[in-house]
Design a protein around this ligand. Structure first.
Ligand code: ADP
Length: 618
């Protein structure tokens, strides 16, 4: 076995590399720059952590978030690898201790926040130290085109040029758009890097979009069968986070909350409660998550639609890092579109932008929003839609998303289409302008809302024409009419207008069919195709479950004793493998993925005795 594989086995407990990892490791070890684009959970960290063990000097990892550094350093130490971090959360004493450790060459890896790189004090500490690799994590933060632009990332090249010898530089990101990619290479001044892009697919994630009339009820239906799991619920505003979290707690869910408006101490506490599984439901804005490494997140539910598919995939991708099946569900309604439009028109107000730049940015944001809406309204494979967006080839069906598990069938809807179109004509005649889909829907359903009264639309002949009809059906009808070219939606203000083709339906009775899907889709169906980290059905017997529970109890005890989260001790996937393969020797134990020699030594004997005890008393 070569050195690389030996260390992979010894420290990380893995017998093979994942796609792309070995090439990146080899490039770095040969002194070449590297740029790896891998999805969340793809295994980017190992690409720099393994070379860090083999290179003579220190590996400096630049990472944007305090929580991420802490988590990774904790995980490395649990594997027996010496690592430290420096960021604003350290006390003066802790900082000094790390500096002393650096001088004594104690660490293989040092994680730092980008802001540190400008501080003279820090630079002088590093000046006497041999640096063998600079790894830039979340490298997309350097691009103004990305979602997470961090101006201090722009200082990284300065920092590198001040090092005595320029070490290889390796950049990592999960963001795949072309613009961001070229920014990363250019702004970091990578020197003919090895480029590795692995597939963006996450086969163990199940995608679903639900169009509920009542989001809270839909959420409760999703959460109740998932009480045993840990998950994140993303909301678009702080206010929604607060009210939703409160309502969930009242319903008996162990929920906590996170958004940028909370005090630092509360944020930290809530995040820890979630990471340590003291509270298993995290209700948060998008401020939560970048760098959250918690591997046992079983679902990510979006209570509101994000503004872009990049954001969505990044957030949803926080589910299922342990390779187990996890659900990504988006609860969508037209109000989300309205809020997203408001957010876009209020953003880009930076006074340094010229009018033209502002127009360009807004146009870009609307374009991305349209693609996001397209996802929510897609009637073909959700996974395919996402992969298409990231420029990756894919099949027609994935067998493991809402649309593929329960495909659409067609239904005749000519009469209903005529009602919708004629209502649009009437409203236009009355007001002199077109309005949005939401208002037309409410008129047709005979809603008594304020806007309808203010505009005096209750006496239209089409008012209440479709009373009693399902809102979800109307949504499909609008989408169908748009797909078939009878109506068009303005991307800027959402008004819906008729095209000349609509006359064929209105006056010549042209048949309209729309695709419909079984509306009782709240519970995602089990995927037909097996997902990775599989479990044989025959293993799912009582014996297996008993042993698994015993191992979980043991893990809880280890985690408490070491003061680390459960998943840092062992992931669920590792426990499942243990319960399935029942190793009884140290050697067998180390063949389980996720158990390297340090973990085997630390926890092995007790694991083996639990496994043996379980055998003796079946
Ligand atoms: P990323 O940073 O790309 O989001 P991570 O580095 O956190 O992903 O890795 C995700 C998960 O995959 C972790 O639990 C990690 O231990 C696991 N992993 C990484 N490399 C391998 C491998 N070669 N074999 C098995 N599991 C791996």
């Amino acid at each position: 076995m070569d050195k690389k594989h030996e260390l992979l086995e010894r420290y990380f407990g893995y017998s093979s590399f994942r796609e792309g990892q070995e090439q990146v490791v080899d490039a770095i070890l040969s002194g070449r720059d590297a740029f790896a684009i891998m999805p969340t959970g793809g295994g980017k960290s190992l690409c720099f952590q393994l070379p860090a063990l083999m290179l003579p000097g220190l590996t400096v990892v630049i990472s944007p978030l305090i929580s991420l550094m802490k988590d990774q350093v904790m995980a490395l130490r649990a594997m027996g690898i010496q690592a430290a971090f420096i960021n604003s959360s350290l006390t003066t004493e802790e900082y000094r201790a790390v500096c002393a450790g650096l001088r004594d060459k104690m660490y293989r890896l040092l994680y730092v926040a980008p802001e540190r790189l400008e501080l003279e004090g820090f630079l002088s500490v590093l000046s006497g130290i041999d640096i063998s690799l600079v790894a830039v994590d979340e490298a997309h933060c350097i691009s103004q085109w990305g979602q997470d632009f961090r101006p201090s990332y722009l200082k990284i090249p300065d920092f590198i040029s001040r090092l005595r010898v320029r070490p290889p530089v390796a950049a990592f990101t999960a963001t795949a758009t072309e613009k961001v990619r070229s920014d990363v290479e250019r702004l970091l001044s990578l020197r003919s890097p090895l480029r590795v892009t692995t597939g963006f697919d996450r086969p163990n994630l199940y995608f679903e979009v639900i169009h509920p009339d009542n989001k809270f009820e839909a959420l409760l239906k999703l959460l109740s069968p998932r009480r045993q799991k840990s998950g994140i619920i993303y909301c678009s505003t702080r206010k929604t986070v607060e009210t939703l979290c409160e309502k969930l707690v009242l319903q008996g869910f162990p929920a906590t909350r996170y958004h940028a408006g909370l005090e630092d101490s509360e944020r930290r506490q809530n995040q820890e409660d979630f990471i340590y599984d003291r509270r298993t439901v995290m209700v948060a804005t998008n401020a939560f998550g970048m760098g959250i490494d918690k591997s046992n997140v079983g679902y990510v539910i979006h209570y509101n639609m994000p503004k872009t598919l990049e954001e969505y995939y990044q957030e949803a991708g926080r589910a299922g890092r342990d390779g187990e099946r996890a659900d990504c569900v988006l609860l969508y309604n037209l109000n989300d579109v309205r809020i997203a439009r408001i957010l876009i028109s209020n953003s880009n107000e930076n006074p340094e932008l010229s009018d033209e730049e502002r127009r360009e940015l807004i146009a870009r944001d609307y374009e991305r929003l349209e693609r996001m809406i397209g996802y929510c309204e897609a009637r073909t494979c959700y996974r395919g839609y996402i992969l298409e967006y990231f420029g990756q080839p894919h099949g027609d069906t994935c067998h493991s998303c809402g649309n593929c598990s329960v495909p659409y069938s067609r239904r005749e809807a000519t009469r209903e289409a005529q009602m919708v179109l004629s209502c649009m004509v009437r409203v236009h005649e009355r007001l002199g302008y077109y309005v949005g889909q939401g208002l037309i829907t409410r008129i047709l359903l005979g809603s008594r809302d304020k806007r309808i009264r203010q505009l005096g639309l209750e006496d239209l002949s089409t008012y209440g024409l479709m009373r009693g009809q399902d809102k979800a059906f109307l949504r499909l009808l609008f989408a169908g009419l748009e797909d078939q070219g009878y109506i068009v939606k303005s991307s800027e203000h959402g008004a819906v207008s008729l095209t000349s083709a609509a006359k064929d339906v209105l006056f010549r009775g042209k048949r309209v069919e729309i695709p419909v899907r079984d509306p009782s889709l709240l519970e995602p169906k089990a995927p037909k195709k097996p997902v990775p980290a599989p479990m044989d059905p025959e293993d799912m017997d009582d014996d297996f479950n008993e042993l698994l529970s015993a191992l979980k109890m043991l893990r809880m005890r280890f985690a408490r004793a070491e003061g680390v989260p459960l998943y840092i001790v062992f992931t669920n996937a590792t426990l499942t493998e243990l319960a399935r393969r029942r190793p009884e020797t140290m050697e067998e134990l180390q063949s389980i993925p996720g158990i390297g020699s340090v973990k085997a030594q630390r926890f092995g004997q007790e694991l083996i005795s639990v496994i043996r005890a379980h055998r003796k008393n079946p």
